[in-house]
Design a binder for this molecule. Structure first.
Ligand SMILES: C[S@@+](CC[C@H](N)C(=O)[O-])C[C@H]1O[C@@H](n2cnc3c(N)ncnc32)[C@H](O)[C@@H]1O
Length: 297
């Protein structure tokens, strides 16, 4: 227990016993080609993971181009289904290791969250809710189309399309998907809570984090919440989700733990934890964080 395992989550999770985990909390790869570990499709478009001139100019904020969406590309159209299949490759084991009535929280990204929901539903989970995490800052990547025409010296269209962009609105929220493992056939949730000690949520502690007891949350990030992983999540946010659904000494699993934010939060709340991560560098960072007093050095 209280262990970070360096390996492929899809294999490693098979070594964890049935009905042993109280909560799975994971910020899984979103499948949007954000970084090398986030490429979960067979699309070999050469623009993948490259940098556009604008991104290079912006320095560290926009490191990667991701995959430009081409409305005509068959390879692009396959990406959501490939993400679904990837989620299906581990969802059955997540269901197996969780205690009946236990929760799984997944950060899955706005673009393919629906595929993740279907994969977990098709694997036997109950999809309960979507929590909205309002981020403190969000990079806006929508290109001004008038700038493209300007570079082409197409003054007529530059003027005509002034103020218009291609892409998305500023992404200020991220969905956190909330699933539950079904409990005994014919049983009640009240009985399951007594038997497995999971299945209810602690509305009192949630108020500490979310000004109202609703399904939206905004936290203030700490100095240690940045710079360790390109997809690092605030410890305060992970704490809120852990306290919402578990009691002290219960076991939290993060199968894609990155720099270990979930594990640091679990440790500080006196929960047991297991993390899985296949990049040895992130494993090292996660180990250092959980060995230091406040989760960062
Ligand atoms: C979104 S990041 C998690 C970041 C984390 N929330 C943090 O605060 O640092 C997902 C992580 O999953 C890891 N990963 C991707 N596929 C994996 C696999 N099959 N097995 C284990 N780890 C994997 C990546 O290396 C990456 O660090």
């Amino acid at each position: 227990m209280n262990n970070i395992i360096n390996g492929n989550s899809i294999e490693v999770i098979k070594t964890i016993g049935d009905n042993t985990i109280h909560l799975i909390l994971s910020d899984i790869p979103y499948g949007i080609s954000f970084d090398g570990w986030d490429v979960l499709h067979s699309n070999t478009n050469s623009a993948l993971l490259g940098s556009s001139p604008a991104q290079e100019k912006a320095g560290s904020v926009f490191k990667k181009r991701g995959k430009p969406l081409n409305g005509w590309s068959e390879a692009d159209k396959k990406m959501p289904l490939e993400y679904y299949e990837w989620c299906k490759s581990w969802a059955g084991d997540w269901l197996r290791v969780l205690k009946p009535g236990g929760s799984a929280f997944i950060f899955a990204g706005r673009r393919f969250a629906h595929r993740c929901i279907c994969a977990l539903e098709d694997s036997g989970f109950i999809y309960k809710d979507m929590i909205s995490w309002e981020k403190e800052t969000a990079a806006h990547r929508a290109q001004r189309i008038s700038e493209v025409y300007k570079r082409r010296n197409d003054i007529e269209n530059q003027v005509k399309w002034e103020g218009w962009r291609v892409g998305n609105l500023r992404p200020t929220f991220e969905p956190i998907l909330w699933f539950m493992k079904p409990y005994k056939i014919g049983g009640t949730l009240a009985d399951n809570i007594i038997e497995n000690e999971v299945g209810a949520y602690n509305s009192e502690v949630w108020k500490k984090y979310s000004s109202q007891a609703n399904n939206m949350i905004k936290v203030t990030s700490d100095k240690g919440d940045h710079g360790l992983h390109p997809a690092q999540k605030p410890i305060q946010l992970m704490k809120a989700l852990i306290e919402l659904t578990t009691k002290e000494e219960q076991i939290v699993l993060d199968p894609f733990c990155g720099s270990g934010s979930t594990l640091v939060a679990a440790k500080e709340l006196n929960r047991k934890f297991i993390g899985i991560e296949y990049d040895p560098e992130f494993c090292k960072i996660a180990n250092e964080r959980i060995s230091s007093d406040r989760g960062y050095n």
